[in-house]
Design a protein around this ligand. Sequence first.
Ligand SMILES: *Cc1c(COP(=O)(O)O)cnc(C)c1O
Length: 376
Amino acid sequence: MQIERKILLNPGPATTTDTVKMAQIVPDICPREKEFASMMKQMREDLVRIVHGSPDKYTSVLFCGSGTINIDVCLNSLLPEGKKILIVNNGAYSARAAEVCEYYHLPFINLRFPVDELPDLAQIETALKENPDIALVHTTHNETGTGILNPIREIGALVHKYHAVFTVDTTSTYAMRPINIEEDQIDFCMASAQKGLMAMTGLSFIVGNREIIKKSAEYPKRSYYCNLYLQYHFFETTGEMHFTPPVQTIYAARQAIREYFAEGEETKWQRHLSVFHAIHEGLDRLGFKDIIKRKWQAGLVVSVRYPDDANWDFEKIHDYCYDRGFTIYPGKISSQNTFRLCALGAITTEDIKNFFDIFEEALKKYEIKIPVQYND
Ligand SMILES: *Cc1c(COP(=O)(O)O)cnc(C)c1O
């Protein structure tokens, strides 16, 4: 079967290989069969291995849902009674975590920083010192809305100095930018299969500290479907997800994990980086400006300012590229008009070169001045 190849430059779902797509075509199976459980057991171990966790200390727990389910699960499940959460918030995905706290009525401090700045470690330490009831600190590794890389190792060291638990949203770095869960001071990280793993949507997972999960059995149960301990316990005792798993998506994820290890952590990361650099080269050549200082960018997402040109119309440029097989994506910053080009997925620098040919054609067709102009 020939499947048309599309180049997705949006921040996930990512371009997948045909072998991952085809891995979904399997004989019908009831996921309560031993055959399926043994596949999930292997997958749980592999997901820990990707972040170099020791299998005794760390485990993984799978959920059926998009990546946001992980944020929901971690925050509602890992907060003891009478304690507080600290959200280190410099972007859209940490803001989402703050909303999760609001929806569950969890006591929390929303420690906000500008979206184009790194969080200030001194302010984080002050918050921890002044609020000894903070039991959980959450932040985002690569803020996908802007592409800024947060200093999780330094934040994590502070969190642990004050004996709190550190949950990190690594959805847009996991299986791309190398992570070492222990050295990076992470207690819980998370992702969905459609991003770094380059598999299908609908499967998400949390990798984290087994002892902390066990301890959380005594914490208030705030959700029926999204409780970390309940799902962990069900996996440990039966080998299965508590409720129906996304069967075909799991077959695709198994294939994607095989391809991940075949490509290799470092080779894959270098490929993403070379795509990222190719995106910068293309943008520089056309005069576009990005939002985040280059040295702070995580190497996966470029957030680009709209040019000051009366003819600029993102929708039109998007549609022109989309009709030719390339998907670009709007930004996620409320204060500035931006779009994003991302280096996720099974793509290469050749794809980026082809993209910029089309992108430049679009700019010319709609009479946008090249190099593009900014008023400041
Ligand atoms: C993609 C992503 C998520 C999950 O978003 P969904 O809309 O649920 O797919 C969460 N956090 C980060 C940092 C992400 O990039």
